[in-house]
Design a protein around this ligand. Structure first.
Ligand code: IDC
Length: 342
């Protein structure tokens, strides 16, 4: 049993002992008779781990994380609120939130962004997720930088600090490079991962770490052919429904059959530009496939930008409690998909 589970069981035993000692036998069972709030995702599933190709919860059952990804938190900080995440948990039926921290885009962490403010924003996001018993993914959103080694020193410092803060959290996952692309090879990503993973694991020995793959996180076959030598790793596959079809689904099926643990940490219902028209029929094929394999996924993006991948209507400035009319076409579709899940 790992140390987090130890602490959890110790707390359960302690509260049982206190109840046994302090409650007189004749005490009216009022507190126990009132309807209990439904267990939060974290209460119900606890510490996660990767076993073979599966993500499992603390009971050893296959477990799927399903939720939204923020847009870049430097650009859309208004959606980092408790009410926002509560809407996503209770109304949209999701159990995780991905906090996207761009590295090299304008005002990104390593390109002019206020690093203290950005870290504080990430921490607020994790705090709200924790309060709601949701899982949180801290996403180092490599994109313009192409090769994650470009800002490796910043990444090492950032993840050292985050993992020290969250070493006792069961609900925090670390995504160390969103989408290596262009000239970034799998060997190069592996070299980066071999530096960042030990830094995180020095603080949080059983942390789950998501690693992006080359070609905007499409080349999971390269990862399957040459795995990282650590446990509790998930390899990222990203798709945009109007761009990526059967061929990439086939790759996913092949890699899963080989035992590769995959996390679809980002997908869009539109094309890879983040805009253009949605292809809901392809999106449904994708999500059905992911559900059938219990593969986790996060949808891009939680913002009201005038682009089809943003789930909130451009004209709507509400940050929580949206009606269907206040959502974009992709927002209407994905919120219904999330709700329809058992
Ligand atoms: C896009 C945003 C867009 C922003 C751009 C910045 O939707 O508003 O201006 O990034 O470069 C990805 C990336 C994700 C992209 C998204 C759509 O992970 O950051 O967001 N996309 O292009 N991979 C494939 C598509």
């Amino acid at each position: 049993m790992n140390s987090k589970k130890h602490r959890h069981f110790a707390a359960v035993l302690l509260s049982a002992a206190l109840l046994a000692v302090n409650i007189p036998a004749a005490a009216p069972p009022i507190a126990f008779a009132s309807p209990a709030a439904p267990a939060s995702p974290l209460d119900a599933h606890g510490t996660l781990r990767v076993n073979g190709s599966r993500l499992e919860d603390c009971h050893g059952e296959p477990f799927q994380l399903r939720g939204m990804s923020t847009h870049g938190i430097a650009w859309f900080p208004q959606y980092i609120t408790l009410e926002t995440f509560q809407t996503l948990r209770d109304d949209w039926n999701t159990n995780c939130i991905r906090l996207a921290l761009y590295t090299d885009e304008y005002l990104g962490y390593s390109n002019g962004g206020n690093q203290q403010e950005l870290k504080a924003l990430v921490q607020r996001g994790v705090d709200y997720a924790t309060e709601l018993g949701m899982y949180a993914i801290i996403d180092w959103h490599v994109l313009n930088d192409k090769d994650p080694n470009v800002h490796k020193e910043d990444a090492l410092e950032f993840f050292r600090e985050m993992s020290a803060l969250y070493k006792d959290h069961q609900n925090v996952l670390y995504e160390i490079c969103n989408e290596p692309n262009s000239y970034a090879t799998w060997d190069s990503v592996k070299n980066y991962a071999r530096e960042v993973i030990p830094v995180i694991r020095a603080n949080d020995s059983d942390a789950i770490i998501i690693v992006g793959t080359p070609t905007w996180s499409q080349d999971i076959d390269q990862a399957a052919a040459s795995l990282l030598e650590y446990g509790n790793i998930l390899y990222a596959l990203h798709f945009y429904a109007a761009t990526h079809g059967d061929w990439l689904r086939q790759r996913l099926e092949d890699c899963t059959a080989q035992g590769l643990p995959v996390f679809v940490s980002e997908f869009g219902t539109c094309d890879a530009s983040g805009s253009g028209s949605n292809d809901f029929s392809q999106a449904a094929q994708w999500l059905r496939l992911l559900d059938s394999h219990q593969i986790s996924y996060c949808c891009w993006n939680l913002a009201n930008k005038a682009e089809s991948s943003s789930v909130i209507s451009p004209g709507c400035s509400k940050v929580a409690g949206w009606s269907q009319e206040e959502l974009s076409e992709s927002g209407k579709w994905i919120s219904q998909y999330f709700r329809s899940h058992p």
